[in-house]
Design a protein around this ligand. Structure first.
Ligand code: UD1
Length: 418
C-alpha cells in the first residue's frame, strides 16, 4: 500500500474547495438501482468507496459512464440480485445496496459487510427493518438471503438512530404498498440528500432531517440529474488541518449548517471564523486552546470528526477530554499519535489529551479512514518527517487530499508501496 511522506512545520494558507460528500454519494449511487433508467450524478467524489460502489453496480448489470464531474448510471438491464462477497467486504456501506435491490426485485443475497474496524458494527437494525416490511430473511453460512412477494409499508422504530439503517429502510420502502413510518430515524444531512434525490426521481418521502420519516410507496421513478451535497467531514478535516498549523484558509462549497458543531468547537479553540453564504474563512491563533468533545448523532458533534479534532488538541494549551458515544472502538489511531509524542490516556469511551509543546515526525500506521486523517493532521505540525503507511484507508474517503494540502503549502507526497 502507498504511504504519505509529510515534512511538518509548514503553515497552511490559501483557498480550497470541498468535494462531494462520500456518505451521501454511497446511498444515492444505491438509489440509482431503483430508477429503472438513467441517473446523472454530479459531484460524486473520486475516492475508493465510490469506485467500489460503481464496481458493484456494474456487476449487477448497470452501465456506468463517467465524464469529468459527472457519472451516468443506466440501471435498466440489471441481471443479478446478489452483491459479490469480495466487494461486500471492502466497506460497510455496501449493505445499503441491499435495500435498493430488494425494492426493485423483492430479493437479494449478500454477506456481512466489511469496513473500518471502529466497533462491532452490527446490521441488526437494517435486518429487523426489512423484516417489518414483510421481507423474509434466511442466514446461511455467512450469507443473508432476503426475499418476499411484496414489500408492505410498516411502522419502524429504530432502537438507535442508525444512519445506514435509516437509509436502507428508506430505499427498501420506496415502492412499498402503503406507508412506512420510521421513528427515531437518523437526522444526518446525508439522509436529507438521499431523500431529495429520491423525491426528484418521483419518490414520496417526507420528514427527512427529522426523527420521523414517512415514505409513501410509489409505483415507479423517473430519470434525474442530481448534484451531491458537499462533504461536511472533509470540510471539517481541512479546517482542522489548517488550524493545527496556525494557518488561514478560505473553504468553498460548504453548507454552513452542516458544519456548525465542528465550527463551534474550532471557535472554542481560539480560531476566528467568518462565514459567508457557501464559504467559510478560518484564521487560527498561534496556540490552540484545549476543548472537550462528546460525539453524538447529528446535530451533535460527528463521530467522524472525533479523530481529526483530537489530533489538533494534542498540541493545544491545556487538557481536553473526548467522549466517543457512537462507536466503541474508535481510538486505535491514538497509539500512533503517541508515537509522535502525543500525551493521551484512554479509559473506555473517554480519552484525556494533555497538550504538548510539539509533536515529532515518526513512521505511523493509518488504522482506519478518519484515524488516518488524524495522523495527516498531526504530521503537518510535527517536527521532521512523518511516514504514514496504509493510506489506502485515507484514499477511501478523501478526494485528492495530498493535492489540496500541497496547494495550501503543505509538504506532502505519496510514496508508492512495494
Ligand atoms: C454512517 C457513516 C459513518 C459514520 C456513522 C455515524 C456512511 C457510509 N457511514 O455509518 O461515516 O461514522 O454513520 O455517524 O454513511 N448500529 C447497530 N445496529 C445496526 C446499525 C448500527 O447497533 O444495525 C450501531 C453501530 O454499531 C454504531 C451506531 O449504531 O454504534 C451508529 O452506526 P450507524 O449510524 O449505523 O453508522 P453507519 O451507517 O455504519
Amino acid at each position: 500500500m502507498p504511504s504519505y511522506i509529510i515534512e511538518g512545520g509548514k503553515r497552511l494558507e490559501g483557498e480550497a474547495t470541498v468535494s462531494g460528500s462520500k456518505n451521501a454519494s454511497l446511498p444515492i449511487l444505491a438509489a440509482t438501482i431503483l430508477n429503472n433508467g438513467i441517473t446523472k450524478l454530479y459531484n460524486v467524489p473520486e475516492i475508493r468507496d465510490t469506485k467500489i460502489t460503481q464496481e458493484i453496480l456494474k456487476f449487477l448489470g448497470c452501465k456506468v459512464k463517467k465524464s469529468k464531474g459527472k457519472i451516468e448510471i443506466n440501471s435498466k438491464n440489471i441481471t443479478k440480485k446478489e452483491i459479490p462477497e469480495h466487494l461486500m467486504h471492502q466497506m460497510r456501506s455496501t449493505v445499503i445496496l441491499a435495500g435498493a435491490i430488494l425494492a426493485r426485485f423483492k430479493e437479494v443475497t449478500f454477506s456481512y459487510p466489511g469496513g473500518c474496524d471502529i466497533g462491532s458494527r452490527p446490521i441488526d437494525l437494517h435486518l429487523s427493518g426489512f423484516e417489518k416490511l414483510g421481507i423474509n430473511i434466511v442466514k446461511n453460512a455467512g450469507f443473508i438471503v432476503c426475499k418476499c412477494d411484496k414489500i408492505v409499508g410498516a411502522n419502524i422504530n429504530l432502537d438507535f438512530p442508525s444512519v445506514g439503517a435509516t437509509e436502507n429502510i428508506i430505499l427498501a420502502s420506496v415502492f412499498a404498498e402503503g406507508e412506512t413510518n420510521i421513528t427515531n430515524a437518523a437526522m444526518e444531512p446525508e439522509i436529507v440528500d438521499l431523500a431529495n434525490c429520491l423525491n426528484k426521481m418521483g419518490a414520496k418521502i417526507e420528514g427527512a432531517g427529522t426523527s420521523n420519516i414517512k415514505i409513501i410507496g410509489v409505483k415507479r421513478l423517473n430519470e434525474v440529474s442530481y448534484t451531491i451535497m458537499p462533504d461536511r467531514i472533509e470540510a471539517g478535516s481541512l479546517l482542522c488541518m489548517t488550524a493545527i498549523t496556525g494557518g488561514k484558509i478560505k473553504l468553498n462549497n460548504v453548507i454552513l449548517d452542516h458544519i456548525n458543531p465542528i465550527v463551534n468547537k474550532l471557535e472554542e479553540t481560539g480560531c476566528k471564523i467568518v462565514k459567508d453564504k457557501s464559504s467559510i474563512l478560518l484564521e487560527a491563533p498561534k496556540k490552540l486552546k484545549a476543548v472537550d468533545i462528546k460525539t453524538m448523532p447529528y446535530p451533535g458533534f460527528p463521530t467522524d470528526m472525533q479523530s481529526v479534532f483530537a489530533s489538533i488538541l494534542t498540541v493545544a494549551k491545556g487538557t481536553s477530554i473526548i467522549v466517543e458515544n457512537i462507536f466503541e472502538n474508535r481510538y486505535k489511531y491514538m497509539s500512533e499519535l503517541k508515537k509522535m509524542g502525543a500525551k493521551i490516556t484512554i479509559e473506555g469511551r473517554t480519552a484525556v489529551i494533555k497538550g504538548v509543546r510539539k509533536l515529532t515526525g515518526a513512521k505511523v500506521l493509518s488504522t482506519d479512514l478518519r484515524g488516518g486523517a488524524a495522523l495527516v493532521s498531526a504530521a503537518l505540525v510535527a517536527k521532521g518527517e512523518t511516514e504514514i503507511t496504509n493510506i489506502d484507508y485515507i484514499l477511501r474517503g478523501y478526494e485528492a487530499l495530498d493535492e489540496k494540502l500541497r496547494k495550501l503549502g503543505a509538504n506532502i507526497k505519496i510514496k508508492e508501496g512495494d
